[in-house]
Design a binder for this molecule. Sequence first.
Ligand code: ADP
Ligand code: ASP
Ligand code: MG
Length: 813
Amino acid sequence: MQVLKFGGTSVGNAKAIEKVCHILQHHKPGGRYAIVVSAMSGVTDQLIQCGTLAAKGQENYKRILEDIEIKHFDTIRTLFPITIHSGLISQVKKRLNSLETLADGIFQVGELSKRTLDKIMSFGELVSSYLVAEKLKQLGLSATWKDSRELILTDDRFGNAQVDFTATNHQLQQFFASSPAAYTVLPGFVAATAENETTTLGRGGSDYTAAIVAAAVNASLLDIWTDVSGMMTADPRLVSQALPIAHISYEEAMELSHFGAKVIYPPTIQPVMNKRIPIWIKNTFAPDDHGTLIQNSTERNYPVTGISGIQHIALLTLEGSGMVGIPGFSKRLFDALLHARINVILITQSSSEHSITVGIHEADMLKAKAAVDDEFGQEIHEKKIEPLLVERDLSIIAVVGDKMKNHHGTSGKLFGALGRNGINIRAIAQGSTEKNISTVIHKNDIKKALNVLHEAFFETPTKQVNLFIAGVGNVGSKLLEQLHQQHAYLESELGLHIRVIGVANSKQMAFREKGIASGEWRDALVAGDQMEMSAFVQQAKKLNLRNSVFVDNTASPAVAAVYSEFLQHGISVVTCNKIACSSGYANYKKLKDLARQFNASFLFETNVGAGLPVINTLNDMIRSGDQVRSIQAVLSGSLNFVFNHFVGNANFRDVVKAAQDEGYTEPDPRIDLSGVDVARKILILARESGVPLEMEDIVNNSFLPEAALYAPSVPAFYEQLDVFADYFNGLRNAAEKEGKRLKFVAAYEDGKASVGLQAVGPDHPFYNLQGKDNIVLFTTARYAEQPLMVKGAGAGADVTASGIFADIIRTAR
Ligand code: ADP
Ligand code: ASP
Ligand code: MG
């Protein structure tokens, strides 16, 4: 004999029931089948809601009764020929009437006992199974309906009744021995006490009914037909990349379902496992998919089979010096929980025996606290033990696999992956069988943690990187273009899947949890919300995606001010904005420390020399033990352009104007000409060399006369350049007379830094610097004779964007 169970969605409407009948019709002919059926999807929840509302004296319980009636009558009308509608409808109506009587009674007395709730809940499976049986008969199959309450005997723990296996097995065997029908349809979930009171087997319990039947009749196979193609590597509603598991052992399936893989109700496995009956999980809506075959341990060589999670967990911790070395404390703790009928999901004990921690459902939290504090009342009074500590809002994540014990480094990989994503672990438990490592985390982290671990154990080598981008002007839009262009390459060559989750300009911001398609960010922004930096930060934190990176393409102080908040949430920061790194040393240091503490990256290569590898080169030298002696650099593309053109008979004012017109300077050219921008850059290089300088420590030998520097407006500034034309010509002529050229040079040596105009001769490496190029010379302990030189384009949207791009990739690797 074979047992097949069909879940709620599989009988959720007429179309689904037709699929079920089709599957049964095409099963091996000549076999005998027990078919266990759930309530139509949603009906059990509706029934509970109906009872609860009635008990609260709320009349709208009647509305729910009506909804339930409509759902079933509609199904009958679609599923059956019109000639038999009235007969079927009157049968269902009879049951509905008794349900209504029950609900009215609850409404009158204003109370809903567990006993009555079981009666109410039984309605769902009683009717759905009846409809399936009738449909099979109508299709001409030898089918019969049998009430499971006459076969499955339980105690009177209503809502979660315990099966009397001796009596149940006997009744089931007798029934099937004498029943002639090829197809016996049974309601799942429902059972009865010896006094014929209706009980239920716990939410999701139809699976269990099927397993009880299968074990009693020694079935050859137990099929669980549901709405997914098998047990998957993680809950597909939370992890979109989850994959079906083709083969899995009983023990693994048990662990996964115990820790939240709802696709199978945990008690289901034990009865069939004892008899070595295989369970096959199949998809009613994709019957050709393989599904999952659960049987004895399987031949596999990878360590982790699946990951599951349970929400709404509380941790109880019992601690105190009075526990050390004295046996019996944990027994008393567990006995107290057992008597209060509290299910313990996870246990960990510190090796000092100073404390013991257990995980339970949050709903049991208060009951547990009362029971345990009562049990240890005396010790608490004597201050040998602390009152039970209760923490809520937690979740458990379990990584499961038979072969974990043979593989080194599974837990290292697990903790590493969680840690890198800033997910704090509150407790850890590893079963002695080493088939399961469970970690307790905050409830807000569950989706992220499942995805992080799924990526680590099943999706390697692809890694998802989630970007939040502020600033989509010249540099930002170039960056988005480059990301788009390189998408396929990064995926195939580096295993990086980079998604843009959020974008913002100074006015608007937009988010898409699944990523903004390339080319659509402009429309997304138009349709987005008003930009508000704090709301942008909140949204990035709330989405709580793994490998998140904030990218700052602005020059805004307000944007630079939120880096610390991102870093504290494990969100990396990549920026071309110089404000944070050239602000007070304490702030710069704090950001670097936060990055270290929260396992995030804080990268700003483009702060100096745009895309040129200046900071990374410096970092590499220092990390490998080199020491910086001095730095000489030309770090302003704008100033370089100006002085490259200020030759011969040129007029300084005209050259500056031309530079501005060609976009080589800021709208106010003084930001470049004053040397402040260059000072910021040498400050950052000095700090990266390990010297805690402040901006005031940088000596700025500005060549601009004060009247020009402090002119009230840009036109007034240009006038001053004309006024001081002789002064500028004098600077140039003096240099040219010695065969030299003017360069604006930043220098660092012996803990001191300065910026200013210098005349350099033809043998100097700066002499031939072209266009907007930058150059940096590092003289170090290792590069003592000849300095290490980095030279190339030091400005421009394209190269800056590519420097940011490289930093983004660095955060991911
Ligand atoms: P049924 O009504 O058929 O008993 P359930 O809703 O009880 O179906 O269980 C199936 C659902 O379990 C799936 O739709 C899926 O959302 C959820 N689920 C949770 N974890 C897993 C997992 N690891 N593999 C497959 N499904 C899972
Ligand atoms: N209908 C019951 C429930 O929703 C049992 C089941 O579907 O397995 O919990
Ligand atoms: Mg189920």
